[in-house]
Write a protein that binds this ligand. Structure first.
Ligand code: NAD
Length: 508
């Protein structure tokens, strides 16, 4: 990979600035683990403010020519990029598994979702067509067209190293913007590979840049006068900070944060199907998904059989290293994540809940492994009900009826996703109408929208106005210009002011 420096014996990722892969001059570095083995496989430079400014300069320099490149030519670059990703599908999936630790089938699903973002972006010429109205006033025509906003930056989390950057830059670039990606310092290898493929697809120098770093780089992007828009995905604390600082510096910001997603199981739900969906939602990607179901709200009589069967099912899931192996569930990202998840099992016990399945037990193998856990008899005010654990832990709250279940969810600070399992159309509709979250599933465990729909988190799960993906993504990366046009007939004299004739601009 040309985005890697292996000369010194330690593999270090490079920045991509102005079309050149550059060794960072950083003096600080972050470790990149293979979570399956616990070994450090490379390191990420934590680039300085000056290096980040160089990337902004490169993106600003490249903007006018890219902006003026016809949108169909920009879309063709995206189309070629899409094909290159499809051709390298298995390599990309293996790379995600290596640096993130999710299972290979989970990585393949991630690549597929990412490829779809490029497919969506290839259709942008059809979406940024403007609006016109002839004769909006006498002899006056109105036209609104979409312009790119300028230099855009994306700051991404570790849990989808490939897909989340692709939520952003294919739309931004095809709309005519230039872009700086600041990937998670924990998982930059997927971004490097995407950068290489984008260069191979023909993206001009400086249009797409990658800077590795942490707060120091991010703060440059948030405050630099030449950056017009910031897209962020990560934890709520940082999402709020990004939104506040970015908007204070006159940028448009879309900032997606953390989550605590509820899965309501009604008494009429099919227990077998619900158990499988719950386990897939809570334990897929080892629970490291912003759409993971982390609180099951069991309504009425279904609670005991549901928890018993879930316990049987989850106890049999095999947790292990994923690099070259094929377990049901892979490791967490790093030792800190293991400590955090394990500490919540102790917190739950101390708060009076029952740890029905303890993921610390029955796990063997190398790496950052914690098995699936179930915490039963959780009360809504306990920390495990309120805080994002971001690991394979499912808390179970028991509710008497649908209203009580809705109340549990609606008192939660987050509002990313929520699902109901039921055979009642009435219950499903009540839930859809009244649950206080932006992405709703009905008998769907992970109701994550695909490229063509916005990712519509609410409350503390999103800060901003226009969401990521779909039409809203295109609107976020473009600004509108409205033109009113009037042409005078050749015989209209300059003494005759037609403004009066149309009434437009008439003075009192
Ligand atoms: P994180 O907030 O720790 O990091 C995200 C990004 O912010 C990284 O690029 C990181 O370098 C940067 N960052 C970290 N601290 C910073 C600081 N003080 N100032 C400026 N930048 C900083 O998140 P993470 O642990 O990488 O990812 C997991 C989180 O992301 C979870 O909370 C998860 O729910 C959330 N997430 C949300 C969505 C969504 O769509 N809502 C999707 C995926 C992940």
């Amino acid at each position: 990979m040309s985005g890697l420096d292996t000369a010194s014996g330690t593999t270090t990722v490079k920045n991509l600035i102005g079309g050149q892969w550059q060794d960072s001059a950083a003096t600080r570095f972050g470790d990149i683990f293979n979570p399956s083995t616990g070994q450090v496989i490379a390191r990420s430079p934590l680039s300085s403010a000056d290096e980040t400014k160089q990337a902004v300069q490169a993106a600003a320099d490249a903007f006018p020519a890219w902006r003026d490149t016809p949108v169909v030519e920009r879309a063709r670059v995206m189309f070629r990029f899409r094909d290159l990703m499809a051709q390298n599908f298995e390599e990309l999936a293996a790379l995600i598994t290596r640096e993130h630790g999710k299972t290979l089938p989970e990585s393949r699903a991630e690549v597929q979702r990412g490829v779809e973002m490029a497919e969506f972006a290839s259709g942008i010429p059809n979406m940024i067509k403007g609006e016109t109205m002839a004769n909006i006033a006498r002899n006056v025509d109105a036209e609104t067209i979409r312009h790119p906003v300028g230099v855009c930056a994306g700051i991404t989390p570790y849990n989808f190293p490939f897909m989340v950057p692709l939520w952003m830059f294919p739309i931004a670039l095809t709309c005519g913007n230039t872009f700086i990606l600041k990937p998670s310092e924990k998982v930059p290898l997927s971004s490097i590979r995407m950068g290489e493929l984008l260069v191979e697809a023909g993206i001009p120098d400086g249009v797409f840049n990658i800077v590795h770093g942490d707060k120091e780089s991010v703060d440059v992007l948030l405050t630099h006068p030449d950056v017009a828009a910031i897209s962020f995905v990560g934890s709520t604390k940082i999402a709020k900070y990004i939104y506040e600082v970015g908007t204070q510096h006159n940028k448009r910001v879309q900032s997606a944060g953390g989550a605590k997603n509820h899965l309501i199981i009604m008494p009429d739900a099919d227990v077998d199907l619900s158990v499988k969906a719950l386990a897939a939602s809570a334990y897929g990607c080892a629970g490291q998904r912003c759409m993971a179901g982390s609180v099951a709200v069991a309504v009425g009589s279904i609670a005991d059989p549901l928890v018993d069967q879930l316990n049987d099912y989850a106890s049999k899931l095999k947790t292990g290293p994923t690099d070259g192996c094929d377990p049901d569930m892979g490791p967490l990202i790093n030792p800190d994540a293991v400590n955090r998840v394990e500490s919540y099992l102790d917190i739950a016990k101390n708060e009076g809940a029952t740890v029905r399945l303890d993921g610390r037990k029955n796990v063997s193998g190398e790496g950052f492994l914690v098995g699936p856990s179930i915490i039963d008899h959780v009360k809504p005010d306990m920390r495990v009900a309120k805080e994002e654990i971001f690991g394979p832990v499912l808390s179970v709250i028991r509710a008497d009826d649908l209203d009580a279940a809705l109340e549990v969810g609606n008192n939660c600070a987050y509002g990313n996703g929520a699902s109901i399992f039921t055979n009642s159309g009435y219950a499903a509709r009540e839930f859809k109408q009244h649950f206080n979250a932006g992405m709703i599933g009905i008998n769907v465990g992970v109701p994550a929208p695909m490229a063509w729909f916005p990712f519509t988190g609410w409350n503390a799960s999103f800060f901003g106005d226009l969401h990521i993906q779909g039409n809203e993504g295109v609107h976020f990366y473009t600004r509108q210009k409205t033109t009113l046009t009037r042409w005078f007939a050749p015989d209209e004299s300059c003494h005759h002011d037609p403004v009066w004739k149309t009434g437009l601009g008439k003075k009192d």
